[in-house]
Design a protein. Structure first.
Length: 166
């Protein structure tokens, strides 16, 4: 998916997505790298030669660790089953996966999407704990866990390219 994103020599990004909201970047010179959110602003303190994009990805990754685990646990309670293991993924082409052993992985980039889309992906992967296929029974389970699942799936497909740009 990233290979399809046009690469340009344009100016660095001036904003980043977080939980469906657009945060304006405020980059300030500093001796040490640090990223802090202040309302709708993401303040990045960094040395002049720092890789700003890496600092932002690291900040998003830390947020994803807690947030995605929380959303997954919330939906797992509704299902009455929990994954045997949860981890973040850095996959380039998929949002999540579930193995036969019940290991669920969610892509850290999901932290950029609105909670409704995060919940859809979590519901999709957790439904695989019951049906390890994409049968009509599987989709009924997804719909039970996540009303409006088809609309959310379509919305995620629409915004996927922008979420993979980070």
């Amino acid at each position: 998916m990233q290979a399809r994103v046009p690469q340009t020599d344009a100016a660095p990004a001036s904003e980043v997505r977080y939980l469906g909201r657009t945060l304006r970047l405020d980059i300030r010179p500093s001796l040490f790298g640090e990223v802090q959110r202040h309302g709708d602003t993401l303040r990045v303190h960094a040395p002049l030669d720092a890789d700003i994009a890496s600092l932002i990805r690291a900040w998003l990754h830390v947020r994803a660790t807690r947030l995605l685990a929380w959303r997954l646990a919330r939906i797992a309670r509704k299902l009455g089953r929990a994954p045997s293991r949860f981890a973040l993924s850095n996959a380039q082409t998929q949002w999540g996966s579930c193995t036969r052993r019940g290991h669920v992985r969610l892509n850290w980039r999901l932290v950029q999407a609105p909670l409704t889309l995060i919940d859809y992906v979590a519901a999709h992967e957790l439904a695989h704990l019951v049906h390890l296929d994409h049968s009509p029974r599987f989709w009924a389970q997804v719909a039970d866990l996540c009303p409006e699942a088809l609309a959310r799936r379509a919305e995620l497909r629409t915004m996927s390219v922008s979420l993979f740009q980070v």
